[in-house]
Design a binder for this molecule. Structure first.
Ligand SMILES: [Zn+2]
Length: 268
């Protein structure tokens, strides 16, 4: 599933080809995504300039002259700049032709992604917490919002109202680096431990974005499925394997219907 670093990398990959360009045409081959694509999308946006691209949580926002398009990659989506003569692949649902000749394709086999148009603000962005890499996100915030809460710390930091874009991989890795068990009650952790945790969340996300820069080509010109980052993961996906720190056996549990791997010796 595309996580925040993949979305950020996608943004950086497509931006040079899209930003400042006029939309010559947009074609929707399959509009039945997580939310239906506006059937009048082409009429609404053709001729407008994409003035600016940005990311908020795992959404990509394309600002136009009079409104904006909000794109989410869902479970399996990707955006690529393709050669003009490249054949349409199965699951290429939307394509956008720019005035500089660039062709952007939205590919999404499972169709949990979205491509929404709005003249005003998008309601999907209305109640989101701060960006994890911004100064608004810190240990103080985690500490204050968790007081008297019984929810386990891992689902707590994966809650978009607390902080956006901390997916299972990054939550698991940041908790390991902080020595915190994923099932600890969030209300029982000290400010010091939350400060450490916030720092590690920033660290793992920033490292993945840096690493993403090196695989940028996969998002821009690649063929087939987009490649996700081959990060060195200490715990995620490593249930029953030895801990890289103490060589003990990593434990896998279900937390909020998600698999969570941690080291019972290193994480408390
Ligand atoms: Zn360990």
């Amino acid at each position: 599933m595309p996580e925040l670093p993949e979305v950020e990398t996608t943004l950086r990959g497509i931006e040079p080809a899209i930003a400042g360009q006029v939309i010559n045409s947009i074609r929707v081959h399959q509009g039945s995504l997580r939310w239906p694509v506006n059937p009048n999308l082409a009429q609404l946006v053709e001729g407008q300039t994409v003035t600016h691209l940005s990311r908020r949580a795992k959404y990509l926002l394309m600002q136009l002259d009079q409104g904006s398009m909000l794109v989410h990659l869902g479970m399996s989506g990707s955006l690529r700049i393709v050669q003009p003569n490249e054949e349409l692949r199965k699951h290429d649902h939307i394509e956008m032709q720019m005035s500089n000749g660039s062709l952007l394709r939205f590919h999404d086999p499972r169709r949990f992604g979205c491509w929404l148009w709005s003249e005003g603000p998008h309601q999907q962005l209305a109640h989101l917490g701060p960006e994890p890499l911004s100064d608004d996100f810190n240990g103080q915030r985690l500490y204050q919002l968790s007081r008297r809460r019984k929810v386990a710390v891992k689902p707590f930091i994966m809650d978009n109202k607390i902080v956006v874009g901390v997916g299972n991989i990054y939550a698991s890795e940041a908790l390991f680096r902080s020595g915190i068990r994923p099932d600890r009650a969030s209300g029982n952790l000290s400010l010091r431990r939350y400060t450490e945790l916030a720092g590690h969340i920033k660290e793992v996300l920033a490292a993945a974005i840096v690493q993403g820069g090196t695989t940028l080509r996969d998002f821009v010109n690649g063929n087939g499925e987009p490649g996700y980052f081959q990060q060195t993961l200490a715990v995620y996906g490593r249930g029953d394997e030895p801990c890289i720190a103490c060589a003990g056996r990593l434990k896998e549990i279900k937390l909020g219907q998600r698999s969570s791997v941690f080291c019972p010796r290193c994480q408390r």
